[in-house]
Design a protein around this ligand. Sequence first.
Ligand code: ZN
Length: 73
Amino acid sequence: MFFKDKHCPTCGGSGTQVFTPLKPEERKALGTHRTDLWRCTAAGCRWYQPWGHRAGGGRLPEELQNPGADASV
Ligand SMILES: [Zn+2]
């Protein structure tokens, strides 16, 4: 399950990114049990947000950053 019509505020640009629901370990790292949080799957991105809006979103800890071809950012 995923959706790909979301604009990611930390990826920037005019395109949209694919988002997937947070995994259990990601929710645990955030200290939340919410199941309506989604994350951006772009390489190097840590952005997550609630389903319908960016408010309440934020960045996951660095160790949960998506693997990226270029980790220099
Ligand atoms: Zn992103």
